[in-house]
Structures are given as C-alpha cells and as structure tokens.
Design a protein around this ligand. Structure first.
Ligand code: EPZ
Length: 421
C-alpha cells in the first residue's frame, strides 16, 4: 500500500501550472465513441481514471495512445458493446460510456456502477432520461444493465437534480437520435461546457451548456463526424487544491494556466478565510495568512456554487483557522471520511449528518492517517503540509486517481513530501 510522507511547517513558495481537467477528459473520451474516426485530446495529465477510461475504449475495439499529455483515439471500429465489468467497478463514472455506445451501436452491456466511497451514487436520472428517449434498459442478471435502442428519439427531459453525469450521458445519447433533445435543469459545470465544445467541434449541433437548458439536434442515424484536435480546460479542483496548499502553509504561490471564472466560489471562500488572492488573466497569486480565519457557513452546491470536490480541502484549512466554521455538504451523502483522519491530527470537528462544525485549532500534529477517497486524500496531504512533525498518508491510490505527481509538484514549491511504495 503506497503512502506519502509529509514533513509539515514549510511555507510553500513558487509557481505551478495546472493540467487538464479529469472531469472534462472522461466524458470527452466517452464522446470519441460517437466519431468513427480519430480524435486528438491535448493537455491530459497521467491519471488513474484517465488510464481506466482508455482501457475501456481499447477493450471495445478503439485504438488508443497516450504520450506527453496527448491522447489519440481511433474509434473507427468498435468490435464489442460490453463495458468490462472489472474496469467499470474500478471507475464508477464509466457509466458515461452508456449514452454514446447506445447512440452509436444501439446496444450496451454494462455493470451497475454501484456506490463508492462518497455515497450510493445512484444512476436513476441517467436511466430515466435514456428510457424517455426510447432506450430499453433491463436489469439483467447479477447487477448488469442490458440496454438496447432501435432508434433513440429526441425528447424534452427535465432532470429533478442537475446531475453532471446524467446531463453528459443524455447529451451523448442524443447525438444520433431522431429529432431534438432539450435537457432542462441540466448541470452547468464548466466540464459540461467543455463537452459541448468538443461535440460541436465534431459537427454536432449543440447549444446551451452552462445555462441549465441544453439543446441537441439529433442526426437521426449514426453518421461519420469530424475528426478533431481538442485541448481540454484546466482542472479547477486541482487548482483549488494547490490554492489551499498555499493558504494553509502561509505560502506565496502563483497558480498558472487556470480559468479564474471557474474558481469564483473557491476564490471567494479562500478570501473570506484570510487568503490574499490576485487574479491576472489566466493565472492567480495566492498568499496565505499566518493563521486562517473561520468562515461563517459554506454550503457545497452544483456549479456555480462552492464545489463539493473542494469541501475536503477546505475543511483541512478551516481545521487550522481562528474561530468556528460550518460546512454543509449538500451534494453527496457520505463525504466526510477525511474528518476522522483529521481528528487523529488534532482537529476539532463535530459532524451532524451533512453538517460539519469545525472549531479551528492553532496547530495540527503529524499522524499516521488513511486516505478513504480522492478528495479526502488531498485534504490529508494539505493538513500534513501545515502540521507540526511528520504525517504519513496511507493508501494513496485514491490520490493518483485525480492528482498527477502531487509529491513532485508540492516539492517544487518547497514542501517536504516523498512517496513510499
Ligand atoms: C461528477 O460526478 C464528478 N465526477 C464528481 O467528481 C463531482 O463531485 C460531481 O459530478 C458533482 O460535481 C466526474 O465528473 C467524473 P452527479 P457525478 O451526478 O456525475 C445524485 C471527483 O472527486 N444523483 O452530479 O456522479 C448523486 O447521488 C468526483 O472528481 C442521483 O440521485 O455527480 C449525488 O448526490 C467525485 N441520481 C448528486 O446527484 C442520478 O442518476 C450529484 O451527482 C445521478 C446523480
């Protein structure tokens, strides 16, 4: 079980450039199934989840390559419509392959993704949307979904929650449908806008992403789309994580290659916590206070609200703040697994369902802790950077799903972090 060893108390200094967004790349990789040709996707970090998505594409017959941040997918031949169960189990967001596979091939066998570390992760909104377009989805034997669609038809779909994955799945399923699909109460995340840009570059008539109402004119039958070269947006959650790294250590860090609008709610929360943040075009400079200030209440919300993926990193910062903060996790049911581990470091946090009451302490102490999920793992690294003494974060396979070479990047800012396998 690989671990990270962090020696805390060092103020981070320097600059760091942000790579492409995991949560933009994954749906875009799924979208390459729609094009019986070749797509080139740039600005891609080496992440576990990206490599799993590429394995799924190659298992269904695509030719894929991934070198120097550039992914090439040749999906001219698809020779299987079964999403491998072991890969689907490793990455629950593999459900995103359902929509495009149904659109292109008319049938898919995929395992129920099931829950993960942060909650049950239902897919009822995905299935309801696809069924309303004419898909037949049977709960086949042993947790598999057997899905067929003679001809998907455009439909007006009202999501009762702005689900990111459901929005993406329906967008991808609608591309070869007969007629127009409108998705109401669609997710507005920047990654949805990036997916729409990718689709329109391939020649799909799509509009409205980011506004909550997305319209896609279906082509009626699977057609050859345009081959594209596309560069994905920077990862706003990785950027936010490194911002907290500067804030929690009283550091002085420049974060380059960002889209500041995507970070508006994070910038606002970190300013309230006492960080000085100056935005210059596609970069920002953040300096952390000697000690952070508590924030009144932060609720995680669908975009443009404060992102749930930044909840755990923010909790680490607030655990060291002057005063008491309240964080409310409104998006996922079980996303406080990092709290027990932070408490081992001396944090004073009380959980009441989705509410965390965080009484800041002067100093956290280094401890032997366990990562339980991706963003919780990041939270423990951040706490370790600020803590007195040494923190050992175990089971960092979670971290590698969403952060490329985090120990190298933090070390380049002066942190004392090493990986032990
Ligand atoms: C995406 O997950 C992201 N993952 C998550 O990032 C992110 O936290 C989440 O959106 C919210 O922003 C990827 O993009 C790969 P949802 P997704 O569908 O699509 C409920 C990370 O750390 N829901 O918007 O699964 C669901 O239970 C990951 O990078 C239903 O009830 O999120 C949850 O409570 C973690 N029925 C809420 O909606 C459904 O059919 C938000 O889920 C679908 C979702």
């Amino acid at each position: 079980m690989s671990k990270l060893v962090v020696n805390g108390g060092i103020r981070l200094k320097g600059e760091i450039s942000i790579d492409g967004s995991k949560n933009a790349i994954l749906p875009i990789l799924a979208a390459t199934l729609l094009n019986a040709g070749t797509c080139v996707i740039k600005n891609c970090p080496q992440l576990k989840d990206v490599n799993i998505a590429l394995k799924i594409l190659s298992m269904v017959g695509c030719k894929v390559s991934f070198e120097n941040g550039i992914i090439i997918v040749d999906s001219s031949t698809i020779n299987s419509t079964e999403i491998p169960v072991d890969l689907a189990a490793e990455m629950r967001s593999s459900i995103i392959f359902l929509g495009p596979m149904l659109a292109r091939c008319g049938k898919v066998l995929i395992s129920f993704p099931g829950g993960c570390e942060i909650g049950p992760r239902p897919i009822d909104l995905h299935l309801k949307g696809l069924r309303s377009m004419g898909a037949k989805i049977l709960d086949a034997y042993g947790g598999f979904l057997y899905c067929t669609a003679e001809q998907l038809k455009g439909y007006d779909i009202h999501l009762n929650y702005p689900s990111v994955g459901a929005t993406e799945n329906i967008m991808l399923a609608s591309v070869f449908a007969e007629g127009e699909t409108c998705i109401y109460n669609a997710a507005k995340e920047p990654e949805i806008v990036d997916l729409q840009h990718f689709l329109t570059a391939m020649g799909v008539e799509a509009s409205g992403a980011g506004t909550g109402v997305i319209t896609i004119k279906g082509k009626g039958v699977p057609k050859r789309l345009r081959d594209v070269e596309y560069s994905v947006i920077p990862d706003r959650i990785v950027a936010g994580t490194y911002m907290v790294a500067s804030g929690i250590t009283g550091g002085d860090v420049t974060i380059k290659n960002i889209i500041p609008d995507h970070l508006a709610s994070v910038i606002s929360a970190l300013r309230e916590a006492g960080c000085k943040i100056k935005v210059y075009g596609k970069q920002l400079h953040i300096s952390g206070p000697k000690r952070a200030e508590a924030v009144d209440i932060v609720r995680t919300l669908p975009y443009p609200g404060f992102p749930t993926d930044m909840q755990a990193p923010l909790v680490a910062l607030l655990a060291t703040a002057r005063g008491t903060s309240i964080v409310i996790e409104t998006v996922f049911e079980n996303r406080y697994k990092h709290v027990d581990e932070l408490m081992k470091m001396g944090a004073n946090i009380t959980l009441e369902g989705r509410i965390a009451v965080i009484k800041g302490v002067e100093k956290l102490k280094g401890a032997f802790v366990y990562a339980r999920d991706l963003r919780g793992a990041a939270s423990l690294v951040l706490a370790g950077l600020a803590a007195e003494g040494q923190t050992v974060i175990n089971d960092i396979k979670h971290l590698d799903r969403g952060y490329e070479k985090i120990e190298e990047k933090l070390s380049s800012l002066g942190a004392s972090v090493r990986r032990e396998v």
